[in-house]
Ligand binder design. Structure first.
Ligand code: NAD
Length: 328
């Protein structure tokens, strides 16, 4: 056999769903945020380009976790017309490489993993930053990601109720069904009412204008802003960002493509005041320091998150002998 023809595992979407549950995703994301803050894992610059075809945005997110020995790339993007074809708008695929040789080791479906790793990211922020007495969860957004977000967040605190708002209200019944499935009351409310009631708020929309204003948010709220992952997007009032204690997955992305980009650009927020969530996980930053403080997690979505959950899927598939293989 030619030593150059290595065996690649094929781990499809169904296998990822079967193997990677919320707990495994939470642990993988928490671990990789921790490694990033220690300098043991780093993301490479993101490529993201409009295709000028099908309205799509396409790109690559890549990185290397030297602690976990995970190297790879997620390639994919956003095709806005997919929903009409019965497909999810986000499409992605992960390729993992052997960091010792550069040979590809696994091809892993990235759609389910993107949703579960993004939900794990906000869940990690809630676990570390939200008040322990939080009872009401506010959801802004009702698209594909929102159901995953709701299920993961609900496991972090003893929530009693979900209040939700979405720019397209006809999408809310699907989210209401998820709340019902996990035994939480659900109320569709105005944006102001959401701010007045919620102790924890997740924003997960494609907005380019603020959907929540500073004055609508009550003291002590934790926000996980998850939708803004591109230059120009915005989900909340930059004044709200500037007045909050801001945490993020990665500062470099937060200030350029994350929710903090606007407050930083206007000079209202000093980039040095933004804390990587990994520092809180590692005990190097206290996180929330006052009960009435507003904490905000700017979840921009980094490549290492994708690689972390993909490597869990590939490892479990290999251990269980479930993955198909192909010789390249
Ligand atoms: P989706 O297309 O399924 O849903 C889109 C959501 O945004 C819906 O709630 C919709 O009502 C709302 N929306 C659409 N156009 C809007 C507009 N012009 N203004 C305000 N709201 C609008 O998308 P999804 O898969 O649920 O993703 C939601 C967002 O999360 C996207 O912006 C996506 O890029 C982002 N995202 C971020 C990460 C991350 O790691 N941070 C990961 C995945 C997705």
């Amino acid at each position: 056999m030619n030593a150059e023809t290595n065996l690649i595992q094929i781990v499809g979407e169904d296998l990822c769903k079967q193997l990677v549950n919320r707990k495994l995703a939470f642990d993988a994301i928490q671990d990789v945020f921790s490694a990033m803050a220690r300098g043991g894992a780093r993301n490479f610059p993101v490529i993201r380009e409009g295709l000028g075809h099908a309205g799509a945005v396409y790109g690559f997110k890549s990185g290397f976790d030297a602690e976990g020995l995970v190297l790879g790339v997620k390639s994919g993007g956003y095709w806005p017309g997919n929903a009409d074809r019965g497909l999810t708008n986000h499409q992605s695929t992960v390729i993992l490489f052997d960091p010792d040789t550069g040979q590809p080791s696994a091809l892993v479906g990235g759609n389910y993993l993107t949703a579960i790793r993004t939900a794990a990211s906000s869940a990690v922020s809630i676990a570390h930053l939200a008040r322990t007495d939080a009872k009401v969860l506010g959801m802004v957004g009702a698209g594909h990601q929102s159901a995953y977000q709701l299920r993961a967040a609900a496991e972090q605190r003893d929530f009693e109720k979900v209040v939700a708002w979405n720019p397209h209200p006809e999408m809310l019944p699907k989210l209401a069904a998820v709340a019902q499935d996990i035994g939480l009351d659900f109320e569709s409310v105005s944006q102001r009412e959401l701010g007045a009631q919620a102790d924890v708020i997740i924003t997960i929309t494609s907005a380019f204008e603020p959907l929540l204003m500073r004055d609508w948010i009550k003291p002590g709220t934790h926000l996980a802003c998850m939708g803004t992952d591109t230059k120009g997007k915005m989900e909340v009032d930059p004044e709200l960002v500037a007045s909050a204690q801001v945490f993020t997955d990665e500062v470099a992305q937060s200030v350029t493509i994350g929710e903090a980009q606007h407050a930083v650009t206007s000079g209202a927020l000093d980039p040095d005041a933004i804390t990587p969530i990994g520092a809180v996980i590692n005990g190097d930053h206290p996180g929330r320091t006052e009960i009435d403080q507003i904490t905000l997690f700017d979840g921009t979505g980094v490549g290492l998150q994708d690689l972390a959950v993909a490597s869990v899927a590939a490892r479990l598939a290999s251990e269980a002998g479930l993955a198909g293989t192909v010789r390249l």
